[in-house]
Design a protein around this ligand. Structure first.
Ligand SMILES: *Cc1c(COP(=O)(O)O)cnc(C)c1O
Length: 387
């Protein structure tokens, strides 16, 4: 992954840090944008995956919209230069203050997750003398076939309006004077690698779109959310997700009129592969049954393995020949929690104190989840084009 020149430029740096490959990010963004443009699709970038300033700026400069899940993300998107007309705001627990912020910016649409929230938005919009554009987030009960912590579209999940409530929601939309329905919104989960799941989603979207249209409601926008997965096991072979195949599924299976817009909210698939967490071996330790590599990075820098047993490829960063003897290591961090582990029985060249270790595919839900637990240092980052 790292060439010798890159290794030379980073090997003297204080660890741990996130290393962002800006050339790969740009290539990924261009591929995604071109694939979407081919079908006239709109893509909003989900800020929560990574709101590092340089990454946001590059994404903004490529013409993506923004998908936000807090008032601060809405403000950050505006500050970065995303036009308000391309900003969506989702989340099950929007506060009055956050809603007011978004109303004042006159964002493109709120993705509303309950009838009660719609009533609150209506009231706050009325006070400001605005009309709030909303998309109704429907929980379609589609199984994303991904980890249960990142599944969001099942009846048991807290997200969206359950289909049993849609009759009531349709009535509320008609009656609330400061609300304008622009479309329907769906987001069923994350790290979805089976494109058939998206085909099932299309079937549900068609069904509910027809349901609303039969009741005389105009649906301008079909927002199908995000969730496209990346290859955590082969980050070098599949460094860019197959956006063409992904968008083709929606083009083929989503029923729509030429005037109906299709919107996406991609997070992980745009930024995951450009990020690596670079760390140094502090200690090697052999227990009764195990060999441990103790790193200077832990769950405070990358929480995904501790939070949802996520897999990340772990590699030694070395300009030496890697063909030597290998050992199976449990690769762990320094934090006082047993869940502070990056991988068990990871086959690596025999390593020593001071070696650099890269934890791959860490650009999404990595740096943004960093914490100061154990009073750890503020997380650092470097960019491939400015070391
Ligand atoms: C998190 C989230 C996304 C982005 O999901 P990815 O799996 O990162 O593509 C999109 N829309 C909503 C509403 C989200 O909460």
């Amino acid at each position: 992954m790292f060439d010798n020149q890159q290794i030379n430029s980073i090997k003297g740096l204080e660890t741990p840090f996130y290393y962002y490959d800006m050339a790969l990010l740009e290539k990924t963004l261009d591929k995604a944008k071109n694939a979407a443009d081919k079908h006239g699709f709109h893509v909003h970038y989900a800020l929560k995956a990574n709101f590092n300033k340089r990454i946001l700026s590059l994404i903004q400069s490529k013409g993506f919209g923004a998908d936000c899940v807090s008032g601060n993300e809405v403000s950050e998107a505006i500050a970065t230069g995303f036009p308000a007309s391309t900003i969506t705001f989702a989340g099950v627990g929007k506060t009055d203050k956050e809603i007011t912020t978004a109303l004042e910016y006159q964002i493109f649409a709120f993705n509303v997750e309950s009838i009660q929230e719609m009533e609150v938005i209506d009231e706050l919009a009325g006070r400001l003398g605005h009309t709030a554009r909303v998309s109704l987030r429907i929980n379609p009960n589609v199984d994303a076939q991904t980890h249960h912590y990142i599944t969001t579209g099942l009846d048991e999940n807290k997200f969206g309006v359950p289909t049993s409530e849609l009759e009531k929601a349709a009535t509320a939309i008609r009656e609330l004077k400061n609300i304008e329905l622009v479309g329907l919104h769906f987001h069923i989960g994350s790290q979805i690698t089976d494109l058939n799941v998206f085909k099932s989603l299309c079937v549900k979207v068609n069904e509910w779109k027809n349901w609303f249209e039969e009741r005389g409601t105009v649906i301008k926008v079909l927002n199908v959310g995000g969730g496209l997965g990346v290859d955590y096991h082969n980050p070098d072979v599949n460094s860019i997700p197959d956006f063409e195949a992904y968008f083709d599924v929606f083009d083929r299976f989503l029923e729509r009129t030429p005037r109906q817009e299709v919107h996406f909210e991609l997070g992980r698939s745009l930024v995951a592969q450009c990020g690596n967490l670079v760390s140094r071996v502090l200690y090697t330790k052999s227990g009764v049954k195990k060999h441990f590599l103790i790193l200077d990075a832990g769950m405070t820098e990358l929480m995904r393995p501790a939070l949802y047993q996520a897999y990340h490829k772990i590699e030694r960063v070395s300009d030496e020949n890697e063909e030597g003897v290998k050992l199976n290591y449990d690769v762990v961090g320094p934090i006082c929690e047993s869940s502070d582990s990056f991988g068990k029985e990871v086959s690596l060249p025999i390593s020593k104190r001071g070696d650099l270790i890269a934890i791959r595919t860490a650009g999404a839900y990595g740096e943004v989840m960093a914490s100061r637990y154990n009073l750890r240092e503020e997380i650092r980052h470097v960019y491939s084009d400015s070391i």
